[in-house]
Every structure is written in C-alpha cells, then in structure tokens.
Write a new protein. Structure first.
Length: 152
C-alpha cells in the first residue's frame, strides 16, 4: 500500500474528473512542474493506485435506453460451473459487468438494452440459456447518480 499525500489525492481527483488532461496542464493546475506531475502520476500507476485509463461511453446516447441489474442464482455450484457461467456471460455484448457476489445471488449483472422488449429478448434468448442459471431477479434502473470515487 502506498502512502498518499494531499498532492497525490488532488492529482487523483483531477484525473477522475478528466483523464485526458496532460501532465503539464495538471501540474499547472496544482502548482507543480510538468515533470513533477508526471513522476507522481507514474508512481501512482506503478503502485497500482491508477489501474488504467478508460473511455466511458454513454449507453443512452448510443441507443441503449434501459439498464437492468440482474441477480442470478446458479442452480448448480462448483468451480467448473462458475467459470463456465462467467465466460458465457461476459461474451454477451449487452452484459456490461459480471460481478461474483456473496449473498442472495451468486452473480450480479449489469445489462443494457434498447428498450424493455429488447431486454426481454436478451433475457430469454441469452441470459436464461447461460450455463447453470437457476433463478434470476431483475431490477430496472430508473436513474443513476455517480460518485467520482473514494477521494471525493
């Protein structure tokens, strides 16, 4: 675990807000030189604090107006069935995340669809036919508020 100071936290907050900004721009905003900002970013990457830089697409702008969270309980347990389920679930383009969870369900899936009819098609033809699926509970997302992360 790496010790973070106030400047490290400010760098992380700034990158969460806009990952595209350069080390020079970041340094100017925080009162650092470009090389100093770059060294700090590099150190955070090497320590695994910054795990990657991703492009986030807006599903709704791409025509996917419905997001559904599925709780999936597998009918059969065992390492092979877990791996088979995960591999098959991640191969479905509408499945955005596959989370192995502890609790009422074995998995939590985030699924996007164009509309409810499209979701029903994905559910019936793709998700319900996944290896080991027993029970499925769906929760349709009405709205979402995003937090930037643990640093504020």
């Amino acid at each position: 675990m790496i010790a973070l100071d106030d400047i490290d936290r400010a760098i992380l907050r700034a990158l969460v807000a806009d990952v595209t900004q350069s080390a020079g721009a970041l340094g100017r905003a925080l009162g650092l030189s470009q090389p100093a900002a770059w060294r700090r970013i590099r150190r955070l990457e090497e320590a695994g604090v910054i795990a990657g830089r991703r492009l986030t697409l807006d599903a709704e702008a791409l025509g996917f107006g419905v997001t559904v969270f599925l709780g999936v309980k597998l009918a059969a347990k065992g390492r092979v069935s877990l791996e088979d389920f995960e591999r098959a679930a991640t191969a479905i383009p509408e499945v955005q995340t596959v989370q192995h969870v502890l609790g009422l369900y074995d998995y939590r899936l985030r699924v996007i669809a164009r509309d409810l009819a499209d979701f029903e098609r994905v559910l019936r033809r793709r998700i319900m036919t996944l290896p080991g699926v027993g029970n499925v509970e769906a929760n349709v997302m009405l709205s979402e508020e995003r937090r930037p992360g643990p640093l504020g």
